[in-house]
Design a protein around this ligand. Structure first.
Ligand code: ADP
Ligand code: ZN
Length: 227
């Protein structure tokens, strides 16, 4: 594991991939790149990109592949190590990433596994700070707005955490991200980690899997050929 580690974190909406990706980036000294956060920032700034993507985000629909691929390539071009949170999500995005990286490649793709019926409950209680992006869990499923302890920003429901948008996002996860997971697995890049439990419990599982898988891949490369 090093500052050049390149990780993908995948998982259903509400699986905790945002929280875990942030923790991983901090622990490994790599950059956290979240396409969802990036798009939300652009929408808030009302930039040209933000105006292009806002209708997709509101509906819970995926932003077109070419646009997302372009944004991610720009973001990662000068970085040695990163954890990509929310990208790739389709076969086309996965293919584009692998092609662009060539030999340097991706070290590991991790899927946080949380059953559908669990994530729906989590999403209804998920609250996000519009200032610093901190994610918290509400005590009740209501629309009261709180102030963020860290930055004083407004902590509320994400605009796309509505019943309709959640349903669309979960459906496209199975339909579009499902085949990508199978493909990543066929390349030997996928590790599935149980996403149930507290954030700390899940994080310990992630660290264990990363240590195991990354050490293993280094040994496989370095092992002297016998025979
Ligand atoms: P979630 O996983 O809960 O949908 P994200 O914050 O990861 O939340 O993404 C929010 C929205 O941003 C998505 O619903 C989609 O509109 C857009 N988006 C993010 N990443 C991608 C991607 N890789 N491809 C297409 N659209 C994306
Ligand atoms: Zn905040």
């Amino acid at each position: 594991m090093s500052e050049q580690t390149r990780l993908l974190v995948l998982g259903r909406q509400g699986s905790g991939k945002g929280t875990q990706s942030m923790k991983l980036a901090e622990a490994l000294g790599i950059t956290h790149v979240s396409t969802g956060d990036l798009f939300r920032r652009e929408v808030a700034r009302n930039s040209a990109l933000g105006r292009k993507v806002s209708t997709y985000l509101d509906k819970g629909a995926l932003v077109p592949d070419d646009l997302v691929i372009d944004v991610v390539m720009n973001q990662t071009a000068d970085l040695a190590g990163w954890v990509l949170d929310g990208f790739p999500r389709t076969m086309a995005q996965g293919q584009a990433l692998v092609d662009a990286l060539d030999d340097s490649g991706v070290d590991l793709a991790i899927e946080l596994d949380v059953p559908v019926h669990q994530v729906v409950g989590r999403l209804s209680l998920r609250r996000v700070c519009d200032g610093c992006g901190a994610i918290s869990v509400a005590v009740a499923d209501d629309d009261s707005i709180q102030l963020c302890n860290a930055c004083g920003g407004h902590v509320g429901r994400r605009p796309d955490d509505t019943v309709e948008a959640i349903e669309l996002r979960l459906t496209s996860y199975d339909r579009l991200t499902g085949p990508l997971l199978i493909w990543l697995d066929s390349l030997g890049l996928l590790a599935t980690v149980d996403g149930m439990g507290t954030a700390d419990e899940v994080f310990q599982r992630l660290l264990a899997v990363i240590a195991e898988r990354l050490v293993l891949s280094v040994e496989t490369v370095d092992a002297p050929t016998s025979g």
